[in-house]
Structure formats: C-alpha cells, structure tokens
Design a protein around this ligand. Structure first.
Ligand SMILES: [Zn+2]
Length: 200
C-alpha cells in the first residue's frame, strides 16, 4: 500500500475552454496551459506518480515537447495509469480538493466525480471530490487561477486476496474451470495411488 499527493495550479484566462476531470464546463473563463490544462487530472496524475515515486507529470511529459501541445489530459492520465498497472498496483481511493473562486463548481461536481471514477476505472465510492473558494484571499481569491490538491492510496494487486476472490466471483466460467481442473486433478491422483497400490 502506498500513498501519493498531487498539486497543480493553472491561470484563468478568457477565451479558453474550462476542462476539469475531463468534463468541459460552460464558462467564459478557461485555464491556460500547454495541454488542455485540466488542473484536476494533472493533480491526480501527480498523486499517482508520487505514490510510485516516479517524479511528476512535467518530468514525463515536459511542456517544452511539441508532442504534448494541446493534448487532452485524459491521454496523459491513461499513460500514468499504465505505469500504475505495470507495477501491479491499483487505485484504492482518491480525495481531491479544487480551490476555485470562480466559476462556482458545486453544480458540476457530481458529473466531474462520475467522469473521474470512469477514467480511473474506480468505484464511485472510492473517489472523493470537493470544491472550495479561497475566501477572497491571495491570487486564487482574486480568481486569477484554479488550484487542486489530491491524495491517493494505491494497493499492490499481488497481495490483495479480496481482488483475486472478486476477480473469480465475477467470472463464473473461471470458477467452473477451476472446479473442473480441481476435480480432474483429484481423480487423477486417486487413480495413480490405486495403481501404485496394485503394482505393490
Ligand atoms: Zn497542470
């Protein structure tokens, strides 16, 4: 089991799309950035990379690389999730706080949360998403940008017996195959023992 934290901030400007958690929000203000500037997915990716001790998003996908200009952050998250799977980990749960003075996000939170759960292939119950204002304090309070803090916990697949049981139970054919193999092996060993007894 490993824990990771993520943080990101992007400047709010007029005339850019506002994309949070892969969901486009209707707003005259959007986030500035090299990619689609999805500050929430960037912070989530950073938390996952942090849990794996693999640096941050900028290290793997530098904004100086023209290949990532305008790229959907969903694609970057997919690459990060691949790294999580390569090391046989899975997301256990995630908690995120979006700090935005504007626009008000409360009405959009359920859709963003659902989409993040889908992107992470996670149960909705393991994804927590909150939105706060900065109470008018500082640059965030003046609405100059949006920041996100995230924490995630990942668990190793190999040690999770529950995951194995769940994997088998949702695949009845696999359970049937295991029982058949088990029965065949038992019959063979009993037959072999009888054969040895007869020979002796
Ligand atoms: Zn970012």
């Amino acid at each position: 089991m490993r824990i990771g934290i993520g943080y990101d901030v992007h400047r709010l400007v007029r005339g850019r799309p506002l994309i949070l958690g892969g969901v486009e929000i209707d707003s005259e203000w959007g986030l500035e950035g090299h990619s689609d500037a999805d500050v929430l997915l960037h912070a989530i990716s950073d938390a996952l990379l942090g849990a794996l001790a693999l640096g941050d998003l900028g290290h793997h996908f530098p904004d100086s690389d023209p290949r990532y200009r305008g790229i959907a952050s969903v694609k970057l998250l997919e690459r990060v999730l691949g790294m999580v799977q390569d090391q046989a980990y899975r997301l256990h749960n995630l908690d995120a706080v979006v700090i935005a003075q504007k626009p008000r996000l409360a009405a959009h939170l359920p859709a963003i949360r659902r989409n993040v759960a889908v992107l992470l292939s996670a149960d909705l119950g393991s994804i927590s998403l909150k939105a706060k204002t900065a109470e008018g304090l500082g640059a965030l309070g003046r609405g100059e940008g949006i920041a996100v803090h995230t924490v995630c916990l990942i668990t190793q697949l190999a040690v999770s017996l529950c995951v194995v049981i769940k994997f088998v139970l949702i695949r009845p054919w696999l359970l049937l195959a295991l029982v058949t193999v088990g029965e065949t092996a038992t019959m063979c060993s009993v037959g072999f023992m009888r054969f040895r007894k007869r020979c002796a």
